[in-house]
Design a protein around this ligand. Structure first.
Ligand code: NAG
Ligand code: NAG
Ligand code: NAG
Ligand code: NAG
Ligand code: NAG
Ligand code: NAG
Ligand code: ZN
Length: 479
């Protein structure tokens, strides 16, 4: 009992060191559209080196819809899309009576629909245990817009013309600033290999080239860390992505306006799914009847959207949802025919929609190829690494414990080893004393019956002093 209590105290002591005034360091990097199996298909030495250094998770089970802005917001809030409200890259909100694309979503109203949504960069800054917690984000969707009133301490908007090496350089500058201004959490976003995946498809020589570039960025990242003792010792890094990529082409393409009377509704979406808002509720059934006949497309009235999608309870989800089966595209009225050779946004259970995940640094186990977890679990993971109180989200720390050193049998803290050693020694001494007393008593008691036995204990065969001394002691204790 006492031992287990002191064990708990010790573990919590170990967990809270180093001192509360120096918060843990974490860098989150997203490579848009980096499919989980690219490192197995293409030669990516720097990515592959990460498995020795840390953890590669087989893939991430991402949430529906498997598109960029929604998935990125899910990663940093731990909330399903229906909860945080960024449900697509092109949104309509019937309460606001307004729509937005990724270019015009830079207004707080889109990101603050749910008062509960809190990006990890905000959670980090609101933690009360340290005045040295600051967050920095570059190009991460939503990072330059106040969300429920909060911005990261440092942020820079997405800039199409900026190369990712300059982004990495900048985020490391922020980590290396003087103690009074430096960040302890950073998030950066790179638009590749998504752009190449859309234009040339996931399996292409162009993708080979783009992934080589991404791999070089990882090389640069590792060098920047290893050249800096402070970062080498302390920085935790997560490299992940929002979704995968699937080969598509013009031959499987649905023009919505050929099936529905477009004066009755409006449709918002990319080329893999569309949310259809019907002007008069009485027209929903007729529109649904037309759409549900189309082969190779999933069509749902809002109430019938599968629960596994966690994509239903939000005003920004249409009265009718249409999703292409893998590889099948949609063109909403007013949009152009799709020229894409790769796309995503499909059923989140499809393999090709899954992204990568790597983690390394002091918090992570090493040399581990780990079982998958969900993208909603990334927030609780980061929250744990940053030593924040766990908020109630749709993710769970239990799902990610297998990649963390703290929950690993392999690596036990040196404090714990010393403590256990001391406990064992103390217990051994106590046991030895008891056993010794017990045996003395035994011998003494027996000596009355078999006196010759006690002579065996004495080399000289004469003195009994040692037994006489212990006798009185034992009697006192037994009363
Ligand atoms: C990628 O390109 C390299 C040469 O730059 C080549 O050796 C390799 O086979 C290519 N990989 C794939 C999957 O095309
Ligand atoms: C919604 O906004 C459009 C213009 O964007 C306007 O024509 C329409 O009347 C508005 N609807 C409502 C219900 O306010
Ligand atoms: C959003 O971005 C556009 C340019 O893309 C800019 O003109 C506008 O002022 C921005 N809005 C806000 C609220 O920052
Ligand atoms: C288009 O994609 C389908 C599968 O999605 C494939 O069967 C067909 O060969 C492709 N066509 C072209 C021209 O690549
Ligand atoms: C259903 O499809 C038919 C044939 O394309 C079309 O005439 C009709 O307007 C459609 N109904 C609705 C409600 O969109
Ligand atoms: C997701 O989390 C939010 C906030 O805690 C909660 O309101 C919602 O019910 C959760 N969704 C599910 C499907 O559990
Ligand atoms: Zn994309």
């Amino acid at each position: 009992m006492i031992i287990s209590i002191s064990l708990c105290l010790l573990i919590s002591f170990v967990r809270s060191s180093p001192t509360a005034s120096s918060p843990p360091l974490l860098l989150l990097i997203s490579f848009d559209g980096f499919r989980w199996d690219y490192p197995d298909i293409y030669q990516l030495p720097n990515f592959n080196s990460l498995i020795k250094r840390g953890v590669r998770v087989k893939h991430i089970d991402n949430s529906f819809a498997t598109v960029t802005f929604p998935s990125h917001f899910t990663m940093i809030t731990g909330l399903f899309e229906e909860t945080h409200g960024i449900v697509a890259n092109i949104i309509y909100d019937p309460i606001l009576n307004a729509s937005a694309t990724v270019k015009t979503m830079n207004d707080t109203k889109w990101w603050s629909q749910n008062a509960y949504s809190q990006p990890i960069w905000v959670s980090n800054q609101l933690a009360k245990d340290s005045n040295q917690r600051r967050s920095g984000a570059i190009a991460w969707p939503g990072c330059s817009t106040p969300i429920n009133g909060h911005l990261p301490y440092r942020y820079e908007e997405f800039d199409y013309d900026r190369k990712f090496d300059t982004v990495l350089k900048r985020i490391f500058e922020w980590f290396n600033e003087p103690i009074g201004t430096r960040i302890n959490f950073g998030a950066t976003y790179h638009l590749e290999p998504d752009a190449t995946g859309h234009k040339y498809g996931p399996i292409s020589s162009e993708m080979n080239k783009t992934l080589k570039e991404c791999d070089d960025y990882v090389g640069l990242l590792l060098k920047s860390i290893d050249d800096n003792e402070y970062l080498k010792q302390n920085l935790n890094v997560i490299i992940t992505a929002d979704h995968g990529m699937h080969a598509v082409n013009k031959s499987h393409q649905l023009f919505l306006e050929q099936y529905i009377d477009k004066s009755l509704c409006s449709a918002y979406g990319s080329h893999s799914l569309a949310n259809i808002f019907v002007n008069k509720a009485s027209d929903i059934d007729r529109l649904y009847a037309n759409l549900s006949k189309i082969e190779n497309y999933e069509v749902y009235k809002k109430s019938q959207i599968p629960d596994e999608y966690h994509y239903k309870s939000n005003v920004r989800i249409g009265d009718i949802l249409i999703v292409g089966k893998i590889g099948y595209q949609i063109v909403v009225p007013g949009d152009r025919s799709s020229n894409l050779l790769g796309n995503h946004g499909y059923d989140n259970r499809a393999e090709s929609m899954h992204p990568i995940f790597y983690g390394f640094g002091p918090a992570f186990r090493s040399n581990l190829l780990a079982e998958p977890f969900r993208n909603v679990d990334i927030y609780p993971l980061m929250s744990y690494i940053l030593r924040l109180d766990q908020r109630n989200t749709n993710g769970s720390l239990d799902n990610v414990k297998h990649i963390l050193v703290d929950f690993s049998q392999e690596k036990i803290s040196p404090f714990l080893v010393i403590f256990l050693l001391i406990s064992v020694i103390v217990m051994a001494i106590v046991y030895a004393i008891c056993a010794c007393r017990h045996s003395r008593k035994f011998i003494y008691a027996e000596s009355n019956i078999e006196p010759q036995q006690y002579f065996l204990l004495n080399n000289d065969g004469g003195s009994t002093n040692n037994l006489v001394v212990s006798e009185s002691e034992d009697e006192q204790e037994n009363t």
